[in-house]
Design a protein. Structure first.
Length: 324
């Protein structure tokens, strides 16, 4: 029997975890030829998420968990899950049931019976999502596919099932600044895309604000494209050319008509324009340098505070104390 590890990144998902567990149990019953391992990753939650994980672990030996010392972000949680997963196949899905567990049997058939290395999901609708957020999300995917060599599917979710070869390839990429949607495509292999309509959260609130999504999109652009650096260089060279032409024009006009090289408004506009372009280019360069700076520090992607083995040891110590 093949084991499937289900990685579930969690941040303040106390209300959703029981619903998720019950739904996964129904799906597991439809796949009796497989054994399951539920691996919950607590990304420094501030509510009772960890307590629920301990509760599920105590009543079901298939449940494991990893708890971080603080909030390191979803990318770190995914990487931790991949690192601790022991299954022959590994799935990643959210705890809020926006990634329908009922798709898992179809994904498993694609990987085991159709020759694919992974089965990924994408939303074909964004029902229930703010229109402005949907608009910018679509523009992001369009932009990334134009400036990057890695293809990003519009509406792609982190929800996917992978074989062990695919997982090992991801784990070989040990960079600190992780953008999983890009890494999934960068490693290659054959992927089958399964479409579904958007599903609203079963409980709780989304942790992704517009600002967080904007920063996440910048991480993706910086991680998988050097086009902004080329564009800043081209813009800089173009502005230098325009400035040289303007200087020649002013000199010629001064020689022909006189008195045309005076006036601070035109000079102020030029200085502001050039200064703004310089700041823009420096900012783009700074993003790349900051990512390189974080990489060379070689800090760990995450720090583990507690796992299910700690809970077992603590329970054993309590039992010994009671016997004494």
């Amino acid at each position: 029997m093949k084991k499937i590890t289900v990685i579930v990144p969690c941040y303040n998902e106390e209300q959703a975890l029981h619903y998720f567990y019950e739904e996964m149990e129904r799906v597991a019953a439809q796949m009796p030829e497989n054994t399951f391992e539920y691996l919950f990753v607590d990304d420094g939650s501030r509510d009772g998420t960890l307590a629920v994980m301990r509760e599920l672990c105590a009543k079901d030996a298939r449940v494991r968990y990893v708890s971080f010392s603080r909030n390191f972000g979803k990318e770190a949680a995914i990487y931790a899950g991949l690192t601790h997963a022991t299954g022959d196949y590994v799935a990643i899905m959210d705890a809020d049931l926006q990634d329908p567990p009922l798709l898992l049997p179809e994904m498993y058939r694609a990987v085991t019976g159709e020759g694919y290395d992974s089965a990924a999901t994408r939303r074909v609708t964004r029902k229930g999502e703010p229109p402005i957020r949907s608009f910018f999300a679509r523009r992001f995917y369009t932009l990334m596919n134009k400036i990057s060599d890695v293809e990003l599917m519009d509406g792609a979710r982190d929800y996917r099932l992978m074989n062990r070869k695919y997982v090992d390839a991801l784990l070989s990429l040990q960079e600190y600044n992780r953008f999983s949607k890009g890494l999934f495509g960068w490693v290659g292999f054959r992927t089958k895309w399964i479409e579904f309509e958007n599903v609203e959260r079963i409980a709780g609130e989304t942790k992704w604000s517009f600002w967080k999504l904007f920063k996440y999109s910048l991480d993706g652009i910086v991680a998988f494209s050097s086009t902004p650096l080329y564009l800043s260089s081209i813009i800089g060279a173009g502005m230098c050319g325009v400035a040289m032409l303007a200087i020649v024009f002013i000199i010629v006009r001064q020689l022909l008509f006189g008195g045309s090289a005076y006036g601070w408004p035109s000079m102020a506009c030029i200085v502001i324009l050039i200064g703004g372009l310089q700041l823009l280019c420096i900012g783009i360069l700074g993003l790349y340098l900051s990512k390189a700076y974080l990489e060379v520090k070689h800090r760990p992607v995450y720090i583990v505070k507690e796992t299910e083995t700690d809970a077992v040891e603590r329970a054993g110590e309590d039992e010994c104390k009671r016997e004494e």
